[in-house]
Design a protein around this ligand. Structure first.
Ligand SMILES: *Cc1c(COP(=O)(O)O)cnc(C)c1O
Length: 230
């Protein structure tokens, strides 16, 4: 595996090409460097190379790395979050991408009030209707988003989705398209896009170019930057 800096440059070049091909504005897609299982030294290399946005799946692991890297980078939480961990999460992250139930949002809001800070959030949608996956079913996104309007410290900006696993990126395309269609519907209902431009977090190492073609604004890439996880 080449150095992290080279991998970042390569992925950014691929993002740029995909954005251009889709005829979208140059700054419309951000790279979330997914760093689960990778140590702080490797993240430090990414940071030195100019990567300022990281995605972490596990709270305790993230806590250590956030402390190790210090101020500068932004952190998105992309794993499953238990409501009883909301106190810690509320103090650590810039965005929680995996809001999928009211109870979690309520717990976060309570602690954000206590900490006197705001936080961005995305609603995770189980776009493939997979029983084992987190996320709301697509038809439950609107009622959840409506309920989230009551939480002024939790700024809900869009949707996050993980399509069913496939080694063929084209198999993900209809799911990405469905996420985009759902977001447009929610915008029409006034539930997204009013206060903030709508964010769509979708696409990983194997399929981020397809996700960009279908409207992703955040791509979550791990393996292509940091190598395979052990
Ligand atoms: C691990 C992970 C990724 C990154 O996956 P890669 O295939 O390594 O790029 C993206 N999103 C989520 C939610 C993940 O857990």
């Amino acid at each position: 595996m080449p150095a992290v800096a080279d991998n970042i440059a390569a992925v950014l070049a691929r993002i740029k090409a995909a954005v251009q091909k889709a005829g979208r504005p140059a700054d419309s897609v951000r790279l979330v460097a997914v760093s689960k299982g990778k140590d702080a030294a490797l993240l430090g290399e990414a940071l030195a190379a100019g990567q300022l946005l990281f995605g972490e799946n596990y709270l305790q692991e993230a806590e250590k790395k956030i402390a190790a890297l210090g101020p500068g980078p932004q952190w998105h939480f992309i794993g499953h979050l238990q409501s009883n961990k909301a106190a810690v999460a509320a103090g650590l992250f810039d965005c929680i991408e995996t809001i999928d139930r009211l109870k979690l949002a309520q717990a976060l809001e309570k602690h954000l009030v206590r900490l006197n800070r705001t936080m961005s959030a995305l609603v995770q949608v189980n776009i493939g209707r997979e029983p084992q996956k987190s996320g709301v079913l697509p038809e439950k996104a609107a009622p959840l988003l409506a309920a989230l309007q009551d939480f002024p410290h939790l700024q809900v900006r869009g949707l996050m989705a993980i399509p069913p696993y496939s080694s063929d990126p084209e198999e993900s395309r209809p799911y990405f398209r469905e996420v985009k269609r759902l977001a447009l519907q929610l915008e029409q209902g006034g539930l997204l896009g009013r206060r903030y431009p709508t964010e769509l977090s979708m696409g990983m190492s194997d399929d981020f170019e397809v996700a960009i073609a279908e409207g992703a604004t955040l791509v979550r890439v791990g393996t292509a930057l940091f190598g395979a996880r052990g």
